[in-house]
Design a binder for this molecule. Structure first.
Ligand code: ADP
Ligand code: ADP
Length: 228
């Protein structure tokens, strides 16, 4: 469902972030993307939801060739992909409920369905009781749970997470990982860039390791494998 062949990414400033990436990820997989800073992890995941366009190579997501995808069709691709960021990116002036409802309003979900969908995902991340709070009134872990709820509210086939536990303490990080495992158990593909050696080594999944813009290791139930 995610196929990359010969993917190269050279940024306009001339930095070559990816050189010749070939990878295939099936529906329902859980994949960690690891490697030192600057190895190309963020670039790799941003190509999947078409935040960036590769300078060469082919990318197919859910049967769609991204090269042929018209700009106006990008929102349809993104409906099938939820994204979770390290810094949450919640809207600060909206309540938890409104942050989630807004994510459905922008994709023109039938207003009749919005309340149930929001309450369902809040239940999944165990935050129903915080629906009326604003993000600043929540802990970092709670804010990340809201951002996960937002990412899955549309039942996407793929969830991409770029260092989702990077700003969280270890205990909170484990709680967040449980939510990602639950999402994955429901059949959603999870692709997670992470620097957390402890998590990768404890919750064994496929590991794709990047160095200097290439894949240097791709193992099922792999290890983190770096001394950093
Ligand atoms: P990682 O996520 O592994 O830290 P990145 O994909 O962010 O790696 O970066 C890979 C390389 O591309 C680095 O050399 C980085 O400086 C460069 N890079 C990342 N984003 C941009 C950008 N928007 N413009 C120019 N260079 C970038
Ligand atoms: P329902 O009671 O609506 O059948 P569930 O209890 O299975 O739903 O899930 C509650 C909410 O969790 C759903 O409304 C949906 O937004 C979200 N959800 C369900 N399945 C998945 C999935 N595979 N991946 C991500 N989120 C999901």
């Amino acid at each position: 469902m995610i196929e990359m062949q010969g993917v190269q990414m050279v940024y306009p400033n001339g930095v070559s972030a990816l050189n010749g990436i070939d990878v295939s990820i099936s529906q329902g997989e859980f994949v960690y993307v690891v490697g030192p800073s600057g190895a190309g992890k963020s670039t790799f995941v941003s190509l999947i939801y078409r935040e960036e366009k590769p300078t060469d190579g082919s990318i197919i997501i859910n049967g769609v060739h991204l090269r042929k995808l018209k700009e106006r069709k990008i929102p349809y691709l993104r409906r099938d992909i939820g994204v979770v960021y390290q810094d949450f990116k919640l809207l600060p002036r909206l309540t938890v409920y409104e942050n989630l409802a807004f994510a459905l309003e922008v994709i023109e979900e039938n207003p009749k369905n919005i309340k149930k969908r929001v309450m369902d995902v809040l239940d999944l991340v165990k935050l129903k009781h915080k629906a009326r709070q604003i993000p600043d009134e929540l802990s970092g872990g709670e804010q990340q749970r809201v951002s996960i709820a937002r990412a899955i509210i549309n039942n996407p086939k793929i969830v991409i997470a770029d260092e989702p536990t990077g700003n969280l303490d270890p205990e909170t990080s484990w709680e967040i990982m449980q939510i990602f495992e639950e999402i994955n158990n429901r059949g959603t593909t999870v692709i997670m860039a992470t620097h957390s050696r402890d998590i990768v080594n404890a919750i064994r999944k496929r590991v794709i390791a990047f160095e200097d813009g290439t894949i240097v290791r791709d193992e099922d139930r792999g290890e983190y494998g770096y001394e950093i």
